[in-house]
Ligand binder design. Structure first.
Ligand code: GDD
Ligand code: MG
Length: 351
């Protein structure tokens, strides 16, 4: 009764201009390994979850890309959203569909765009979480030891005196501001939320009913139609009516039965150019160059990428992101990389 929900409907806008709404980052081979991020995630999860129990939740415009990149997946495993409403509605919808197949199911919800090196350690943490979630009314997440005050993550406060492998969470705080993130880091009893959740279908539905009653009754009203031919028209009509909110704000910040498994694996969410830079090869001055011939002086800590092996000449530049793709050239300071999302929205609206 193990199920997985692979979330693959995000746009990855902080990775613009390589990641775009037409072809987001989860469908790219961002690390140059020969596999796209969603292919890597699928094969990682299938070490514990039967392939036929893995659902891919994505926007309807990505259906063909998913089927092409994951030929082992059947159309009925690809759940199509008619509108982008962030992760809470997508998880609620998937949980109701799974409940109808198997009311005793336990499920993992995973993003499709992360890097995890030690797959064995990941699978054993996942197994620990499944074992616990199977019998308890809990919402579980995997926690990463934080290294800097990243404002793009959720933070998990737990008791350091707690000697259990699985720790009770006191507070879950999504995307704090920089000053708050700094105090979290200093206090030493916070982990980053990896964005990978484990729970029984019963527990997560119970939490939605409690904290998002409107969304719950909207989606639950079509329950009889789920997994039947009538489902499509119900979803087309009702999914866009849902609030646009992530699971972190909608459920995790409110719940009191949250537990965390501190991760025994290295993790990177590949959320920004900087996090990708961390994972790629660098020269002696910490520059990464992808698809470009570089003539470089007095330059350090840059990530530079072109789409056609261009010659790039750089002098006196530090801590920048330079990405050249077709008719777009991005030159942006690394320290402001979280803002690329906003810039992208403005640029795409006006062009
Ligand atoms: N199906 C579907 N539909 N998937 C979506 C949607 C949607 O509308 N929106 C986002 N996703 C997918 C993304 O593709 C990604 O794989 C995952 O859901 C998480 O969304 P992000 O937009 O990347 O979230 P985030 O990075 O800002 O924050 C989350 O992840 C962090 C760790 O990477 C939160 O859970 C944070 O608490 C966490 O620290
Ligand atoms: Mg992310």
């Amino acid at each position: 009764n193990y199920y997985a929900v692979l979330m693959a409907g995000g746009v990855g806008s902080r990775f613009w201009p390589v990641s775009t709404a037409q072809f987001p980052k989860q469908f790219h081979d961002m690390l140059g390994t020969g596999e796209t991020l969603i292919q890597k995630t699928f094969s990682r999860l299938s070490q514990l979850i039967p392939e036929e129990n893995i659902l891919i939740l994505t926007n309807e415009i990505y259906n063909d890309i998913v089927l092409q990149q994951l030929p082992q997946v059947k159309q009925e495993q690809v759940v199509l959203e008619p509108a982008m409403r962030n992760t809470a509605p997508c998880i609620l919808y998937a949980a109701l569909k799974i409940k109808k197949i198997n009311p005793d199911a336990v499920m993992v919800v995973a993003p499709s765009d992360h890097w995890i090196e030690d797959e064995q350690a990941f699978i054993s943490n996942l197994q620990q979480a499944f074992d616990y979630a199977q019998n308890e009314d809990v919402l579980m997440t995997l926690g990463i030891q934080p290294t800097f005050p990243n404002t793009g993550y959720g933070y998990i406060e737990y008791g350091t005196q707690d000697n259990n492998i699985i720790k009770k969470v006191f507070h879950f705080r999504e995307k704090p501001d920089y000053e708050t993130a700094k105090t979290f880091l200093q206090s030493g009893n916070f982990l980053w939320n990896a964005g990978i959740f484990i729970w029984s279908v019963k527990s997560v539905l119970h939490a939605f009913e409690k904290f998002q009653p409107g969304m719950y009754s909207l989606f639950e009203s079509g329950y009889d139609e789920y997994n039947t031919p009538a489902e499509k028209s119900f979803i087309e009509e009702n999914y866009p009516r849902s609030e646009n909110i992530s699971i972190d704000y909608a459920v995790m910040e409110n719940a009191e039965n949250v537990f965390v498994v501190p991760a025994a694996f290295d993790w990177n969410d590949l959320g920004t150019w900087g996090s990708l830079h961390d994972k790629l090869d660098k020269d002696a001055n910490n520059n990464t160059v992808v698809n470009a011939k570089l003539f470089i002086e007095n330059a350090s800590n840059n990530i530079i990428r072109t789409d056609a092996n261009k010659i790039v000449i750089v002098d006196g530049l530090n801590d920048y992101i330079i990405v050249d793709k077709e008719n777009i050239l991005l030159i942006y300071p690394k320290e402001k990389e979280q803002e690329i999302k906003k810039i992208t929205e403005i640029v795409t609206k006006n062009s």
